[in-house]
Design a protein around this ligand. Sequence first.
Ligand code: HEM
Length: 630
Amino acid sequence: MNRIALRAALGSASALPFALYYSDEIKLAIKSDNDNMFSGIIATSVGGGGPLSAIQTFFGGSNEEKFKVDPELTNPTKPCPLLTIDDMRDMVEQKDRIVVSFMGNVFDVTDFTGHPGGYGRLEMVAGCDLEPFWKVYTQHNRGHILQYLERYKIGHLSDEEAELQRSSTPEFSNPYVNDPPTFPTLLTNTRHPYNAEGRLRNLTDSFITPVGHHYVRNHGLVPDIDPEEYTLTVAAGYGCKEKVYSLKDLKNPRKFNHVKVTTVIQCNGNRREDFHFQKEGIPAFGPPHWVAGAIGNATWTGVRLRDILQASGLDVDGISLNKAKLPEGANNVSFKGYDHDEVGNNYCCSIPVEKALDPYGDTIVAFEMNGEDIPRSHGYPVRLIVPGNAGARNCKFLEKITVTPNPCLDAGNWKQYAVHAPDVPLYKLAEFEEHHVELKMDPVVQEMPVQSMITVPSAGDTLQVEGPPDAPYVKVKGVSWGGGGSGISRVDVSADGGKNFTRADLIEKPKDVQERERRGSEWSWQFFEREIPLSSEQVKAIKSGQKVELELTSKALNTAWNVQPESADTTFNAHGCCVNHWYRVPVTVDPAAKENKRGPVGDFENKPGVNGGKFRTPFKNLNQPPKKSN
Ligand code: HEM
């Protein structure tokens, strides 16, 4: 289907008007100049001939420059000629370019092959105005997105043509209407697809993270799968014969042994927001902009992936014992999910074949989460669990397993999941295909690095003085995780931003989990606690009635003695992957306080772990469903 035909098909399918509240959100954005959330973009002279005033109005109405704009992404001297709708149509139909308009400006995004929402979605909107699409995909309503667009600006429309173009672009019916209900207990990062993180304070409430507190990551529409109809296909090739398994087959203990695995799943982009403008002018390139809570620890029940591959003909045990040879080219195992975007691109990912075959690797095809059917939001009816590895490897709604020479053959979104060097410029990530040889030199993240975060208290809290008058302390709780199967050797905590550390107490894991975990297969997290004694100077200040500002932080060392880095600078990468520097929590100890008092929650309850617990650009969240639907 060519681009125009695809667009026409979509236009005619747009029967359902999208819910009114989206328009309200956008209206809210238009008049949200108090927050100035979008103001940063304005100083980049989006105009250059275009109707700059319209963009200013839309994005906050201020000329004040809030952050420096990445010079790589913008070129203010670029000519910006007056174009017409006919010119746009000509470029799309005759020259096969992906040309779009937004707020009266015209952009050629053909080269934006690294679009984190997938290239298919850009093809879908060729020739259209972006506004109706971004009313659904409200994650674009943060200033940095316009930075990307600026690079691709090729001209502007007259005010009349801009209006005509907007009104002639068909309404985009919200394709997510059949998604499962959202969780009011989570913090919504993006509404479509629904991505939501756990509240940090709640993560240490229970060792097993219940549904509703475990983060949810979606890449497309959530499929509604009939369990009776469900099939899992193992593709033929590289030692496997084609096999198709039903849910009943997988659940049948006479066909497959069932195992339980308690593991952390953490999105490889957890804490991405900490890298947002960490380097001057460079926004974090990737969705979602998780703040801290894209991590949870659940118990999954299912069938070992190696048993499924063995049943499909691969001599898994022989290969593992070095008695049989791995078929040549059998380097990876790729997974396709039933979920797809609105142009039909399914989710896909892959893991190295060694992780799939490792008898201690505990990679399972799961059908239960915490003893119940897996909820739709978490991958019903069957998903992959790859303990120790990046969250994105844990393919939800599992449809197909293929042994492959290369990682993930489909048009999936694995591009987002590599950690590139700090000096890899953003435009290379944006124009992925042009730079794919260089970018593919960096492998996709598999095993995750060591992590810890203080969960209680929260940034901005005011605490009463605890402990004896001569030896007051501040009490902290938190989560730590070795990553990649490592356990935790030690967690150190500090009340002065890391000048002085002391050992925290590690809380024993539940007995059944301890019994299942072996060295190298320590998949679950470990809680820590400590009453950190205050320094003599701090005690003196408190005794004289003064408030004391503390910066609490933690530093975990895993069983291989790898340790979290001190600062975000040392691990900076523009994708915002594997973010694990010391998580910092600023609090105030007030000698006059009679109880602990929560700091202001603001627009987003979890706070970044850099910058004194403050967002660098406001994280005003326009992606929440309306209050009444909660
Ligand atoms: C043509 C201009 C576009 C630009 C410059 C753009 C840019 C981006 C960027 C930078 C992100 C990452 C989010 C972030 O950093 O906060 C993103 C995500 C996304 N975009 Fe776009 N986008 C464009 C068009 C579209 C269109 C037309 C659609 C849908 C029809 C779309 C759908 C999405 C989705 C669904 C995501 C999130 C994907 C996920 O959560 O995995 N984008 N886009």
